[in-house]
Design a protein around this ligand. Structure first.
Ligand code: NAP
Length: 314
C-alpha cells in the first residue's frame, strides 16, 4: 500500500466510468475498482434508446465498451477487487479489498443498485435455474417456451416485450390492476399478441427439483392461490423478476448519510464526509438512468479535483 491515488472510484458502471473519464482527463491519478465486470445494470439491457446520441439499436454492452475504452485512453487504471471495509474520515481515505488496500485523497462511490428479489421460498435456490433477473442474459434459454415476468414498471414491461422475441408466450404478473410503466411502453405491450397479464397477483412460492417446475401465485383480491405448472413437453418455464432495485450501499452503513439505503448527497455529489462523493444509482435522487448516472459521475470528478486543489494543496 504505497501509492496515494487522487481519486478512487468504487464501481465501473456508467457513473463510475464517467467519473473515471473526467478525473483521468483532468490528469488526476485515477483508479476504478470493480468487483465483477464493467458495466453495472446497463449491460443487461438489449437496447439503450433514450441515452442522448445513442445510435439505433445500441446495446448496453456496446455503450459500456466505448466508455471503458475512453476511460482507459485517458489513463484511468482499473482493478478487479471487492472492497470489504472503508475508512473515509481524514485526509487519506483507506479502502480495504479482498486483494489489497488502496489509499486515496478522494473517493467516488458509484456502486449502483441490484435487482430486488421477490423474497419467496424457492427463489434463491432456483436462481439461474429458471429464475432470472436479466432478459438479455437469459432470454435465449426460453426459446419457444413460456415465461412469466414479475413486476409492472418500465423494466418489467420493456423486458416482457423483449422476451416475446424468444418465448412463445409471456405473462406479466403484477400486484395491482394497473401498470406503473410509462404509457408509451404499456401501449406496445397491450398491442403485442404474445403478452398476457395476470393482475392483482403475487408469486408466493417457486418449486422445482434443480429447475423451475411450478409456482404458486396468489390473487390479492380474492385470496385464491393457483399452482402454475410447466408445460409437460417443456418441463420448465422462465420467471423473470423486475420489481425494482436495492442500492449497493451496505459498506457505507453508519458511515455515510443514507436515506432508504441510498446515499444522500448535495447537488455537487458531496456526501456528509469531505472528500467523499457519490454518483449514479446508489445515490438518493428522482431519476435513475444512464444519462443521470454519467452526469453524476462527471460532477463528482470535477468536485473531487476542486476538493484536492482547494483543501489538500495548500
Ligand atoms: P419501478 O419503477 O420501481 O417498478 C417496480 C415494479 O415492481 C412496480 O410495478 C411495483 O409495483 C413492482 N413491485 C415492487 N415491489 C414488489 C414486490 N415485492 N412484489 C411484487 N411487485 C413489486 O422499477 P423499474 O421498472 O425497474 O424502474 C426503475 C427506474 O428505472 C424507474 O425510474 C424507471 O422509470 C426507470 N426505467 C426507465 C426505462 C426507460 O425509460 N425506457 C426503462 C427501465 C427503467 P407497484 O406498481 O404496485 O408499485
Amino acid at each position: 500500500m504505497s501509492e496515494i491515488y487522487d481519486v478512487v472510484i468504487i464501481g465501473e458502471g456508467p457513473a463510475g466510468l464517467a467519473a473515471g473519464i473526467y478525473a483521468a482527463r483532468a490528469r488526476l491519478n485515477t483508479l476504478i475498482i470493480e468487483k465483477e465486470k464493467a458495466g453495472g445494470q446497463i449491460v443487461t439491457t438489449d437496447e439503450v434508446a433514450n441515452y442522448p446520441g445513442s445510435v439505433e439499436n445500441a446495446s448496453g454492452p456496446s455503450l459500456i465498451d466505448r466508455m471503458v475504452k475512453q476511460a482507459n485512453e485517458f489513463g484511468a487504471e482499473v482493478k478487479l477487487d471487492t472492497i470489504k471495509e472503508v475508512e473515509l474520515e481524514g485526509k487519506t481515505k483507506v479502502l480495504k479489498g479482498e486483494k489489497g488496500e488502496y489509499q486515496a485523497k478522494t473517493v467516488i462511490v458509484a456502486t449502483g443498485a441490484n435487482p430486488r428479489p421477490i423474497g419467496c421460498p424457492g427463489e434463491k435456490e432456483l436462481r439461474g435455474r429458471g429464475v432470472s433477473y436479466c432478459g438479455t442474459c437469459d432470454a435465449a434459454f426460453f426459446e419457444d417456451m413460456e415465461v412469466y415476468v414479475v413486476g409492472g414498471g418500465d423494466t418489467a414491461v420493456e423486458e416482457g416485450i423483449y422476451l416475446t422475441k424468444f418465448a412463445r408466450k409471456v405473462t406479466i404478473i403484477h400486484r395491482r390492476d394497473e401498470l406503473r410503466a410509462a404509457k408509451s411502453i404499456q401501449e406496445k405491450a397491450f398491442a403485442n399478441d404474445k403478452i398476457e397479464f395476470m393482475w392483482d397477483s403475487v408469486v408466493k412460492e417457486i418449486k422445482g427439483d434443480g429447475i423451475v417446475e411450478s409456482m404458486i401465485v396468489k390473487n390479492k383480491k380474492t385470496g385464491e392461490e393457483t399452482e402454475i405448472f410447466a408445460d409437460e413437453e417443456d418441463g420448465t418455464f422462465g420467471i423473470f423478476v423486475f420489481i425494482g432495485y436495492v442500492p449497493t450501499t451496505e459498506l457505507f452503513e453508519g458511515k455515510l448519510d443514507l436515506e432508504r439505503g441510498y446515499i444522500v448527497t448535495d447537488e455537487n455529489m458531496k456526501t456528509n464526509i469531505p472528500g467523499v462523493f457519490a454518483a449514479g444509482d446508489c445515490r438518493a435522487k428522482s431519476l435513475r438512468q444512464v444519462v443521470t448516472a454519467t452526469a453524476d459521475g462527471a460532477i463528482a470528478a470535477v468536485q473531487a479535483e476542486k476538493y484536492i486543489n482547494e483543501t489538500l494543496n495548500d
